[in-house]
Write a protein that binds this ligand. Structure first.
Ligand code: URA
Ligand code: CA
Length: 433
């Protein structure tokens, strides 16, 4: 088999066979096929697309390119949740212990943030001592003991995806639906859960800028999951404004603890309940979504979810005094207020630009090598639809430098105030096939 023939076939709109896809993925993973040929094939896929069958074969080949995690030693239906990314997305931190408190085991591997998006691992590491690198045995033991663990992705999970993603990043082939779908689902399938609940974000802060593309990505991933025998569903959620109020690592841990105490922002809690209900139904702990939602609310009100979060922090080496006294997380040296310059309703808070404003303070990475400052970030006091008067505090800037000019400029340009009342929409659709 020759790589050049695969490139030509795809260039002319053909569909690749299982043998051809395995030849490409195995050859690229072990270094026999060069970057330039794979680049050409990726660009051909970008233009010619792939059939569902090709995407499923590609996903399976990538999932099988390295280690696959066996969670069969954990009793019950293991449910994973994955978000395609956003700004201020504190969901996993609240959802994992809350769903676990309802009896569904959550064995979750999370990622780090890059660019304007945050990553759950960086947030958890804002708790002094918290370890995200844990052996597979300890991971499984922890989920068996307390039903919840959130750790970093094992280094050898889907190595084909790691190489392909780096190549896509520099060849303008990231935003291709078959390539995104196979990239995400290969990692989810290799990570071993029985069921997968996907949060496909759409809007300025997300990969998918419009709802139609988000739906196509969601239904592609749902079909791949089912073909791989994983119960899979997706919700399409809005990421045109940041989620919740906090953006930044310590600040989001603070927000998560408040949420677990019953004081979470409305949009964050709604997303937690929508995703959580789905996870509990697929995890077979409730018969329907209403029953599941009631269960989630009870476990939040009883304090059991907060207690599980604290147990998870303790098991993973974190200092639990930060859970008992979350004010200890607020250590930035300076706090600046950003005020409204006119009265009216908030029309827009452009998520990706606000994510960049937080990144510039040190809350995120511009390049993979950047070191994060856990203390810094933004706290939004108003959200889309709120009425504000001149001089109201819109945002508190948590900084470790007095030089916050760039952040202020981005806030001024990207929080739009006008006459009209805008009703924000959080959940656009639910995709089950
Ligand atoms: N997230 C992934 O893991 N892969 C993509 O291709 C895009 C988003
Ligand atoms: Ca948030």
């Amino acid at each position: 088999m020759r790589m050049v023939d695969l490139i030509e076939k795809k260039r002319d709109g053909g569909a690749l066979t299982q043998e051809e896809i395995n030849f490409w993925i195995n050859g690229y993973t072990n270094g026999e096929i060069p970057d330039y040929q794979v680049s050409a094939l990726l660009m051909a896929i970008f233009y010619q697309d792939m059939t569902d069958e090709e995407i499923t074969l590609l996903t399976q080949a990538m999932a099988n390119s390295g280690e696959t995690i066996d969670l069969s030693e954990i009793a019950g239906v293991k449910v994973d949740k994955h978000s395609t990314g956003g700004v201020g997305d504190t969901t996993t931190l609240v959802l994992a212990p809350l769903v676990a408190a309802c009896g569904v085991p959550v064995a979750k591997m999370s990622g780090r943030g890059l660019g304007h998006t945050g990553g759950t691992l960086d947030k958890l590491e804002a708790i002094p001592g918290f370890q995200v690198e844990i052996s597979k045995e300890d991971f499984i033991q922890q989920v068996n003991d307390i039903k919840v663990a959130v750790i970093g992705q094992s280094g050898d999970l889907a190595p084909a995806d790691k190489k392909l993603y780096a190549l896509r990043d520099v060849t303008a082939t990231v935003d291709s639906i078959p390539l995104i779908a196979s990239s995400i689902m290969s990692k989810k399938i290799a990570a071993g859960a029985d069921a997968i609940v996907l949060d496909v974000t759409t809007g300025e802060g997300a990969f998918m800028k419009n709802i139609e593309d988000a739906k196509r990505l969601a239904s592609t991933m749902v079909r791949i999951g089912k073909l791989a025998n994983r119960q899979t569903m997706a919700i399409i959620s809005d990421m045109s404004e940041p989620l919740g109020e906090a953006i930044g690592n310590s600040l989001e841990i603070y927000e998560a603890i408040q949420a677990l105490k019953g004081n979470g922002p409305k949009d964050l809690m709604e997303l937690v309940y929508v995703l959580g209900s789905q996870m509990i139904v697929v995890g077979k702990k409730a018969d329907n979504l209403d029953e599941a939602r009631t269960m989630l609310k009870e476990k939040l009100a009883s304090g059991e979810a907060l207690e599980l979060f604290k147990q998870m922090v303790a098991r993973q080496g974190g200092d639990t005094s930060y859970v008992d006294q979350p004010e200890k997380l607020l250590t930035a040296q300076y706090k600046f207020e950003f005020l409204a310059e006119k009265s009216g309703h908030i029309q827009k808070i452009v998520a990706n630009e606000i994510g960049i404003a937080a990144m510039l303070l040190g809350a995120g990475r511009q390049t993979k090598e950047d070191v994060i400052d856990p203390a810094v970030g933004l706290m939004l006091h108003k959200k889309v639809g709120d009425y504000v008067k001149v001089g109201d505090i819109l945002v508190t800037i948590y900084a470790n430098s007095k030089n916050v000019q760039e952040t202020r400029k981005l806030l001024a340009e990207n929080i739009l105030i006008g006459e009209e009342f805008i009703e924000p929409v959080l959940i656009h659709d639910i995709i089950t096939e």
